[in-house]
Design a protein around this ligand. Structure first.
Ligand code: PEP
Ligand code: MN
Length: 344
């Protein structure tokens, strides 16, 4: 992919003089760029085309007669749909995200025991999932809460894959965990709390397994896409974006799930977009309707917390649905998928 061509638009003030316009044209030439003057009825604009470089806006903006300088290209180049128009499809075993079929990743919040995760994998595979989620390393708000079984948890997940063939999705919290997570898992998850952990993003960018990047709970879309850019820039093309809800003043849900993110991201990026209605709502009964809404607005997949005994789950029980609710949800989602020309 060619990242070089770039451009900014210099908008001159309506009363800019011809001298001021000429001055900007020669300034743009001095910077090694090609100016293209567009004379409008009220205002003149100058497109400056040429090599990508930082600080261009700041350099041109103080010019006499300049009203504003606008970058044309998105700051995230590799993630942008401007430079790669074909959509990215990410594959891990039978899990395919970004294709015509809606991808389903399901499982408990945490890996609890081998017996449990294998049983859950069998149930979920039989009910239609292609990916198994489960945290071995858990980012918990309190240091006194269950922190996950760590490497033992990864081994339990691998046992569940051996039994079912489901692709393993699990969180990696630190750069020094990447090697061991890659050894056991099929897809690495970067949690919301780590979306701007740039060392971690670079470390997973150097690994050769797909990454689910969860949106930080306070991150803007530019911050989210620039976080993806960190991974892509290190040579890992297989990034899946996940909307998982943001912090707002609302108290009726754990987070606020802004689904407009999904069509917005599909406009801005070629990367697949999935939704996590479990963390997005924090309430099990709100998960199925928001899963359906996610598919309706174009999500390429869902990541959902499911447990056969949510009341006794090691973490996030309140937002965890039962296998029965999961089956019912998928049956309803299949009808929505059909309405938006997808399959499930
Ligand atoms: C999780 O998937 O269990 C999790 C911790 O998610 P998030 O990073 O979105 O809070
Ligand atoms: Mn969770």
């Amino acid at each position: 992919m060619n990242l070089e061509p770039s451009a900014v638009i210099v908008v001159m003030k309506p009363d800019a003089s011809q001298d001021q316009i000429n001055h900007m044209v020669s300034h743009i030439r001095e910077l090694g760029m090609t100016p293209q003057v567009i004379i409008g009825k009220f205002q003149t604009v100058i497109a400056a085309l040429g090599q990508e470089r930082t600080g261009l806006v700041e350099e041109l903006e103080p010019g006499a007669g300049v009203e504003k300088v606008l970058p044309i290209m998105a700051p995230y180049k590799r993630a942008s749909a401007e430079l790669k128009t074909e959509r990215t499809v990410v594959k891990a075993l039978d899990l395919e995200i970004g294709g015509p079929r809606i991808a389903i990743i399901a499982g408990p919040c945490s890996v609890e025991s081998e017996e449990h995760i294998v049983r859950m994998a069998q149930i979920l595979k039989q009910r239609g999932a292609q990916g198994l989620r489960g945290g071995a390393y858990k980012p918990r708000t309190s240091p006194y809460s269950f922190q996950g079984h760590k490497v033992d948890g990864l081994k339990m997940l691998a046992a569940a894959r051996a039994e079912t063939g489901l692709a393993i999705v699990t969180e990696v919290m630190a750069p020094d965990q990447v090697d061991v997570v890659v050894e056991y898992a099929d897809v690495m998850q970067i949690g919301a709390r780590n979306m701007q952990n740039y060392n971690l993003l670079q470390a997973v960018g150097e690994a050769r397994k797909p990454v689910i990047l969860k949106r930080g709970m306070c991150a803007t879309m530019d911050e989210f896409l620039l976080a993806a850019e960190y991974i892509l820039d290190r040579g890992n093309p297989d990034v899946i974006l996940c909307e998982r809800g943001i912090r707002t003043y609302e108290e009726h849900t754990r987070f606020t799930l802004p689904l407009a993110t999904v069509p917005f991201l599909h406009e801005k990026t070629h990367l697949p977009v999935i939704v996590d209605p479990s963390h997005g709502t924090g309430k099990a009964r709100l998960v199925p309707p928001m899963a359906k809404a996610s598919i309706a607005c174009g999500a390429d997949g869902l990541i959902v917390e499911v447990h056969d005994d949510p009341e006794h789950a090691a973490s996030d029980g309140a937002q965890t649905i039962t296998p029965q609710a999961f089956s019912q949800m998928l049956a309803e989602c299949a009808r929505i998928a059909e309405a938006v020309d997808r399959t499930l």
